[in-house]
Write a protein that binds this ligand. Structure first.
Ligand code: SF4
Length: 527
């Protein structure tokens, strides 16, 4: 019986059929997994909700926006400071990241409607904080009781003269955080991007889908700026409403997390002609390849040369450490289960440290994240996600422009991943397992059967794994370490993994009397 069959064997016939379609093994052909469909009730998924994807992931990191959670207190409270998207303010930029704004709905608001309370909350936020923008995020009850948050936002915008946006991201929409990403992308595209007037410098880019967890975005920006790029906006780690308005003026969008922001990438391509390039700043090889691809897009000889100089300089700084950790980690094995992009991004870093990936999976990825952009025309939206708006955009008559001529575009497309993402499966070794929406039963079973040296996942299953004697490092929060991106981040990651694997406590997970007898004595002179 294969490993997958052994795990599936624990299910009833109905659940077996469902889960079988979400699990596959890499062979000659990349498996076509079922993904982005509803979770089986009661199966202990790791997924979150639409509100988490919209407020927690995409909008939350915008430091100069006061994001008001419209709902009972739980949703706001549990997203208060729990995702480590860092943001620094300066004399020109407001920063509300340490706050949690909530309307704290009570029974009366459910019965008589919460619009009055929302208006009062907006008034208080304006009076106390004077933000340039307020964004309102709906939680589950809001859609059910029919509060018109969009009308409240419109009224507040006129009343206070600041940008007030509403996002109908009730937790029950779609099947996971993914729907929330889409809703946030639509709102920013419709109301923010394209409204600014920044005049970019040479080699201008937007960094999309980078949320500055543990300072990742700062490390990436440090290198990009050293090479000479003008970063017009970051979506959205340490990003701001002010910067985002002028995103359409940049020459290129580089995309780190494809799942959460590909909608903006595609919509900007249609509306403004901006190309997007899938990059991966996790791992030394990924970072080098990404930097070379960006330089190739601009095709400027000096920029290409400068890129190589910086790569050499950065490599020199980290080589000794990477070698040291590689010696410690070569031959170790890993399993990864993260949201919608990291399970892929970290594989090249693990490989460069001599580690093998045995299993990788996503909570809320879609088919193209597994199999690549080529499957997009064949992807179907099921009934659970049909209520998420698909914006139909057209060329902006004034702001649309092609940065590179069409004939060069055709040639470049063969050389770099322009407006294309290859997905996770192609870069995985044969025999490795891919799982969509892994649940707690499957986690425990796969860990028992595969016995990886390390399981990269999140806070909900970290201690389940560790109580079973398997080291688990969080790849959402980095276990409060980081940055892990870029050159210096690779060293931090390698150091943390080495420390975890070589922690002496792992030698003490089995009591000594279970391994060897502790009573010794003699009987008639015989030991
Ligand atoms: S599912 Fe609903 S109640 Fe739960 S966190 Fe999301 S919005 Fe809040």
């Amino acid at each position: 019986m294969s490993t997958i069959d052994k795990v599936l064997d624990g299910y009833s016939a109905k659940v077996f059929k469902n889960r079988k379609a979400h699990i596959g093994e890499i062979s000659e052909e990349a498996p076509e997994l079922t993904s982005n469909v509803r979770t089986i009730p009661g199966i202990m998924t790791n997924r979150g909700c639409c509100y988490a994807g919209c407020k927690g992931v995409v909008l939350g990191p915008l430091k100069d926006v006061a994001v008001i959670t419209h709902g009972p207190i739980g949703c706001g409270f549990y997203t208060w400071g729990t995702r480590r998207h860092k943001g620094k303010s300066d004399e020109n930029t407001q920063n509300f990241l340490e706050y949690c704004f909530s309307t704290d709905m009570q029974e009366g608001d459910i019965v008589f409607g919460g619009e009055k309370k929302l208006k009062q909350a907006i008034k208080e936020v304006v009076e106390l904080f004077s933000p340039k923008s307020i964004m309102i995020c709906s939680t589950c009850p809001v859609g059910l009781i029919g509060d018109d948050i969009h009308a409240v936002a419109k009224e507040a915008e006129a009343l206070y003269g600041i940008k007030v946006l509403a996002f109908s991201c009730e937790g029950y929409k779609g099947v996971s955080q993914s729907a929330g990403h889409h809703i946030a992308n639509n709102g920013l595209m419709k109301n923010v991007i394209g409204t600014g007037s920044y005049v970019p410098k040479k080699f201008s880019i937007n960094l999309l889908g980078e949320y500055n967890i543990g300072g990742d975005g700062w490390e990436i920006s440090r290198v990009l700026k050293k090479i000479g790029y003008d970063i017009v906006s970051v979506m959205t780690g340490d990003g701001s409403y002010e910067e985002l308005k002028s995103a359409h003026t940049a020459d290129l969008n580089i995309i780190q997390c494809h799942r959460s922001i590909n909608y903006i990438g595609e919509m900007m391509k249609t509306k403004y002609g901006t190309d997007w390039l899938k990059v991966n700043f996790v791992g030394v090889d990924g970072t080098i390849e990404s930097l070379r691809s960006i330089a190739k897009y601009f095709g400027d000889e000096d920029l290409i040369e400068r890129t190589e100089e910086i790569i050499a300089e950065e490599l020199q700084d980290i080589e000794e450490y990477m070698e040291l950790y590689k010696n410690k980690l070569t031959g170790k094995t890993a399993a990864l289960f993260v949201g919608g992009s990291r399970s892929h991004h970290y594989q090249n870093l693990l490989e460069s440290l001599g580690m093998k990936t045995l299993l990788a999976g996503y909570e809320f990825a879609h088919r193209d994240d597994y199999e690549g952009s080529e499957v997009v025309p064949f992807m179907k939206v099921d009934a659970d996600s049909k209520n998420i708006e698909e914006l139909k955009l057209e060329k902006d008559p004034e702001k649309f422009r092609l940065v590179i001529p069409e004939e060069r575009y055709a040639q470049l497309k063969d050389e770099i991943a322009l407006n294309y993402y290859g997905g996770m499966e192609k870069s995985m070794d044969k025999g490795a397992i891919v799982v969509d929406d892994l649940n707690h039963y499957e986690t425990e079973e796969f860990l028992k059967l595969l016995k990886p040296d390390i399981f990269f996942s999140g806070i909900k299953d970290k201690f389940v794994a560790q109580k079973g004697g398997v080291l688990s490092r969080q790849l959402h929060s980095y276990d409060y370490s980081g940055p892990y991106a870029g050159f210096k981040g690779a060293v931090n990651f390698a150091r943390d993994v080495t420390m975890g694997i070589y922690t002496p406590a792992w030698n003490y997970t089995v009591a000594p009397w279970k391994k060897e007898p502790i009573l010794e004595g003699t009987l008639g002179g015989v030991v």
